[in-house]
Design a protein around this ligand. Structure first.
Ligand code: GLV
Ligand code: MN
Ligand code: MN
Length: 383
C-alpha cells in the first residue's frame, strides 16, 4: 500500500498536486480550482483488492482521476478536484468493507475500530502499525466544501459486453449483508465413530451452503455466496468439530435481502438442531441499497452520449465506496465494460479504447459541471 501511495504521489507531483494520507490510510491529492476556497469535487476509488485479484478493480478509478487531471493540462475549473485512493474497501482483512470511505463519512469509530483480523490485530492497531494516528480520524471526515463524489469502476459483470457498449451510468447500488457463521459439533475419530453418532460441523455447514444456494436460486435478483470456509481441527481422519464460514448476500431491494438473511439464519438453526450442533451467527455488514445522485447521473449520460456512445443505465451488484459517500454527498459512478465479465480474478481486464472513452467522458462531464453554476455554487453536503 505504501508503494502504491508513492507511485500515485509521483504521478501527481508534476501536476502540482501534493498528496496526503489521512488517519484511515486514504490517499488525498488536491488539484486547486480557479481561485482559493472554491469547493471540491472528489474523484477516486479504492487501492486495496482481493486475494489473487485482477489489476483494475478499484485502482483503475484512481488512475483515471490522475489521467483526467493530466488531460486538463493545467486548466483550472470553478471547483477544485480531489483525487482519492481509498483503503480497505473490499473487507478482506477485517471481514467488514468500506473502512476507508467510512472515515470520510465520519462513520469509522467504536466497534469497527475494535474489529480484529485473523491474526488478532484490530483496525485501531493496524492504523497505528501503518504509522497513522487513530485519534486523528475525525479530521478525515468530509468538510462542507464538498460538492460530490465521482467514481469510475470496471463493471465486473457481463452486461456492457453483451450490449456492445463501453460505458454506463450507474443509477443505484445493490445492498449487501455479510455474516460469519460458526457451526460447532464434536471432533472425533473418523474411523471409529458410526455415522448416526456423529456431530459433524462440516456436514452441517455443507447442508446449509446448499440451502443458501437454493434460496438465492429461487429468489429473482438475489445472490448469496459462501466464499470462505475454515474447519477445525482440519485433518482427513478427524470429524470436524468446528466449521466457520462467511455469507455474502445481496439484492437491490433491502426488504428482500433482509428477509433472505433472516430465513438463512433460521435455516442454520434448524440444521444445527437436527444434527445436534450449535450454531452462532455474527453480522459483519448490513449496507442498504443506495440511489446515486440523479443530477450527476443525468450529466454522466449526456457526457457518454458526447463520446458517441449510447448511455446505458444500470444497477451495480458490486459494492463501492460510492455507497458510503452517497449517504453524505451527491455521488455518481461510471462503469467501464469488463471483458468476459470476469472480475476478482487475475483474468480481469479492460480495453484501452474503453479507457480512452472513459477519459473523454470524464472531460465532457467536468466541462458540463464547470458550466453549471447551480452545481458548484450551492453547498451540497447532506451533513
Ligand atoms: C466489492 O468488490 C464487492 O464485494 O462488491
Ligand atoms: Mn472488488
Ligand atoms: Mn471495487
Amino acid at each position: 500500500m505504501r508503494d502504491c501511495h508513492h507511485a500515485l504521489a509521483e504521478w501527481l507531483e508534476p501536476l502540482e498536486v501534493k498528496t496526503t494520507i489521512d488517519a484511515a490510510g486514504n490517499l488525498h491529492g488536491l488539484y486547486p480550482g480557479i481561485q482559493a476556497g472554491v469547493p471540491r469535487l472528489l474523484i477516486g476509488s479504492h487501492l486495496d483488492t482481493v486475494p489473487n485479484a485482477g489489476a483494475y478493480d478499484g485502482i483503475l478509478g484512481v488512475v483515471l482521476a490522475v489521467a483526467l487531471l493530466e488531460e486538463l493540462q493545467g486548466k483550472k475549473l470553478p471547483f477544485a478536484i480531489e483525487v482519492l485512493g481509498f483503503s480497505e474497501e473490499e473487507g478482506v482483512r477485517f471481514g467488514t468493507p468500506f473502512i476507508g470511505s467510512r472515515a470520510l463519512a465520519g462513520k469509522l469509530g467504536g466497534e469497527l475500530l475494535d474489529t480484529r483480523d485473523a491474526q488478532g490485530v484490530s483496525v485501531r492497531s493496524a492504523i497505528e502499525n501503518f504509522g497513522l494516528n487513530p485519534e486523528e480520524l475525525a479530521q478525515a471526515a468530509l468538510g462542507d466544501d464538498t460538492l460530490g463524489y465521482l467514481e469510475f469502476h470496471i463493471e465486473q459483470g457481463p452486461v456492457l459486453e453483451d450490449r456492445k457498449l463501453p460505458l454506463a451510468a450507474v443509477e443505484s447500488i445493490a445492498g449487501q449483508s455479510r455474516f460469519e457463521i460458526n457451526f460447532s459439533g464434536r471432533a472425533n475419530h473418523a474411523g471409529t465413530t458410526p455415522m448416526h453418532l456423529r456431530r459433524d460441523a462440516i456436514a452441517g455447514a455443507a447442508e446449509w451452503i446448499g440451502a443458501a444456494e437454493r434460496v438465492a436460486q429461487s429468489t429473482p435478483g438475489l445472490v448469496a455466496t459462501v466464499g470462505k470456509i475454515e474447519s477445525k481441527p482440519g485433518a482427513a481422519n478427524v470429524i470436524a468439530g468446528n466449521a466457520r464460514l462467511t455469507l455474502d448476500i445481496r439484492h437491490s431491494s433491502d426488504t428482500i435481502r433482509l428477509r433472505a438473511a433472516e430465513d438463512l439464519n433460521r435455516e442454520a438453526q434448524k440444521i444445527a438442531s437436527r444434527r445436534r450442533l450449535s450454531v452462532s451467527s455474527k453480522q459483519l455488514l448490513s449496507q442498504r441499497a443506495v440511489e446515486l445522485d440523479p443530477f450527476l447521473t443525468g450529466e454522466i449520460e449526456k457526457a457518454i452520449r458526447k463520446t458517441g456512445c449510447e448511455p446505458h443505465r444500470m444497477v451495480s451488484g458490486a459494492g463501492h465506496d460510492a455507497m458510503i459517500l452517497a449517504q453524505t454527498i451527491p455521488s455518481a459512478m461510471i462503469f467501464l465494460r469488463t471483458p468476459g465479465g470476469i472480475s476478482h480474478d487475475p483474468a480481469e481486464s479492460v480495453a484501452v479504447e474503453d479507457v480512452e472513452k472513459a477519459i473523454q467522458c470524464g472531460l465532457h462531464l467536468l466541462n458540463q459541471l464547470a458550466n453549471s453554476p447551480d452545481f458548484y455554487n450551492v453547498p451540497h453536503s447532506k451533513g
